[in-house]
Design a protein around this ligand. Structure first.
Ligand SMILES: NC(=O)c1ccc[n+]([C@@H]2O[C@H](COP(=O)([O-])OP(=O)(O)OC[C@H]3O[C@@H](n4cnc5c(N)ncnc54)[C@H](O)[C@@H]3O)[C@@H](O)[C@H]2O)c1
Length: 322
């Protein structure tokens, strides 16, 4: 049984707590939050202990791993503590807000020989997994172009749209799709990004980023949280390969959201993709790697750094209009 502590009892901390509850080889031991009301409420729901600091968790609980679910600007600081204490770590995305912090985190993970996973959860969504599998099989030929959408009507949290705390929409939200682009197309080469500026927060709230990859692929990510209230949140992708197109769209007001492969002979295959909970799946993967002492190969800290590097380049491009 792998003993887990969660730091951060907010939106994603609660989702992860529910996942660990369902995972047979995991045992949730304690929850940490600086807001007493939040930690006490979540800990009571799962009948576990709660602490108001990471130091107390490390002092009083014999956990093997820690799941970091705090606002993004705190990831590196909290990671250093738990990493240096030798705990395996699940760190939510973005890995950090600067490359210096990301590099330091990778160093700490290596020095302390811990397993380190970053929560790029799209890599566990069944439709993205299936698309990657189809491309890898090679029946549709090489991927040439991919467009990826993520359009919401409000920022995920009130700190997320602040560059200092969440990195703004590119680092908080678009990074999901930038990570998937790298997963599919390989090493990025040229990035151009433009955005709509939100005068209130001083950051972008609607961003269009194009990425040219070294092996020739072209990606486009359209991301934002500026859509009017009532707009049905949507996410999806369209990947053009040499011999066909893979498309998936999830939208609140759509009854069906099938993964469809349109082939160059004119046929369209609607694929039966097993619906699994991607959050449960990523937590299970992390726990299994610890339990079975396997190397983390999916969504590593190095993957998190690559996605961060691309996201930071996109922000730079949008700001400089270059
Ligand atoms: N993978 C995904 O799909 C996904 C979705 C949402 C959020 N996230 C990421 O998860 C992280 C948290 O996001 P959220 O939406 O849950 O935010 P949130 O604001 O809902 O929760 C964050 C919690 O951390 C607590 N906290 C703040 N400082 C702390 C500290 N020093 N020690 C302990 N607790 C502290 C806050 O009180 C709050 O309860 C962010 O990095 C975000 O980017 C990922």
């Amino acid at each position: 049984m792998v003993k887990v502590g969660i730091i951060g009892a907010g939106y994603i901390g609660e989702i992860h707590a529910e996942c660990y509850k369902k995972i047979k080889n995991a045992e949730l031991m304690a929850i940490v939050d600086v807001v007493d009301e939040k930690r006490i409420k979540l800990a009571a729901k799962y009948n576990v202990k709660s602490y108001s600091s990471t130091d107390d968790l490390l002092k009083y609980e014999d956990v093997e791993c820690v799941d970091i679910c705090v606002p993004s600007f705190l990831h590196s600081k909290i990671f250093k503590k738990v990493g240096e204490a030798g705990k395996h770590v699940f760190c939510e995305k973005p890995l950090a807000l600067t490359l210096d912090d990301a590099d330091e985190m990778i160093d700490v993970a290596k020095k302390n020989k811990i397993k380190a996973f970053v929560g790029h959860v799209l890599r566990f969504f069944p439709e993205y997994v299936k698309a990657k599998e189809i491309i890898k099989k090679g029946n549709l030929g090489r991927p040439l172009y991919g467009s990826f959408n993520r359009l919401f009507s409000i920022p995920s949290q009130d700190w997320a749209d602040n560059e200092k705390y969440g990195g703004g929409v590119t680092l908080d939200l678009q990074i999901h799709d930038l990570d998937i682009m790298i997963w599919i197309f390989g090493k990025p080469n040229i990035v151009k990004s433009q955005g709509l500026y939100d005068k209130k927060t001083g950051g972008f709230n609607q961003v269009v980023t194009t990425v040219k990859f070294e092996e020739g692929g072209l990606g486009l990510a359209e991301t934002g949280w500026a859509f009017s209230k009532g707009f049905p949140n949507m996410m999806g992708f369209r990947i053009l390969c040499e011999k066909g197109v893979i498309e998936w769209l999830r939208r609140k007001n759509l009854e069906k959201n099938d993964l469809i492969v349109y082939k160059s002979n004119g046929s369209a295959d609607v694929l039966n993709v097993e619906q699994i909970d991607a959050f449960l799946s990523e937590c299970q993967y992390f726990i299994d790697c610890i339990d079975k002492n396997l190397e983390i190969k999916q969504s590593t800290f190095e993957d998190g750094r690559k996605a961060l590097e691309l996201a930071l380049a996109a922000v730079k491009s949008a700001k400089s209009e270059k």
